[in-house]
Design a protein around this ligand. Sequence first.
Ligand code: GFB
Length: 317
Amino acid sequence: MEQGAKIYVAGHTGLVGSAIARELKRQGYNNLCLIPHRGLDLRDQRATEEFFGKEKPEYVFMAAATVGGVLINDTLTGKFLYDNLAMSMNVIHAAYKFGVKKLLYMGSGCVYPRMAEQPVREESLLTGEFEKTNEAYAVAKLSGLKMCEYYNKQYGTDFISCMPCNAYGPGDNFDLESSHVVPALIRKAHKAKVEHAASVTVWGTGKPVREFIYIDDIASACVFLMRHYSGNSCINIGTGEELTIQKLTEIVCREVGFHGEIRNDLGKPDGAPRRVLDSSKLFAMGWRPSVGFAEGIQRTYQDFLGQEGKYTGKKDG
Ligand code: GFB
């Protein structure tokens, strides 16, 4: 990827897209094509193709998606399927139609089968049933992954895809109903701390196991793959470290400074029992994550403190 190349980051205002744009600028790629969602609805094929025809990007990071945590995934199933299917199809087809040199498509660890052998290898794709709570999102993302593979086969495109584990970091969504677990727990622990509450409530049993990666590490891996990898196999992006949700909560409470009790709301879903990726293919290429979990939590907490008013209309405490 040449330094002066024109690079389109689809979804550049989101958690992953904003981190990729930051990483590209940090590495001296300044010819970035960034258009906010309000400027272009990627679910609209005509508008998407008009944009590609006008801007003619050479490289595309497809990080635009409708995302959310276990609860919203399990409730807005129609929206999660439609939005992500339409955006993926339109961007991948337009990239082919307008001669994009290379595209990186953001998959997700939740696309793997619920009961795949852990840590999950890329070969496990499509070998079993999806996790029900995020099936709609997984079906849409799988379609995007396979569309890249099929276009490479039929049209000779160079479209690659990656599968990150659970992402967190600055720019995350801290809304308690729609967010993922890390931002939700940071906000809950902060509120419990400032209100001197006796406890903080965790969804589900706290027994599920997850792997968490700081968003700047995902961005670094995406730029690395765009520069060094071509092929039809998706590539896992993880840290190799797994945590139960209970342990995660203890770490978040420690980093936030809340020392009360942890209670469980068993009325909320656990989601997949264990989801840990095997990232040995990526590690063998020479990339490694660099931000440790405690440091990542601290940076995310500071980001939340800088914008807590946005979520509560006032400071939580
Ligand atoms: O992050 P999360 O919503 O998504 O939930 P998944 C992870 C685990 O944290 C689940 C528990 O076991 C939740 O029950 N959890 C505990 C909480 N407290 C909370 C809380 O306050 N909020 C949330 N959200 N969870 C996602 C998929 O699955 O994985 C996405 O839904 C995406 O589509 C992502 O693919 C990678 O890890 O279960």
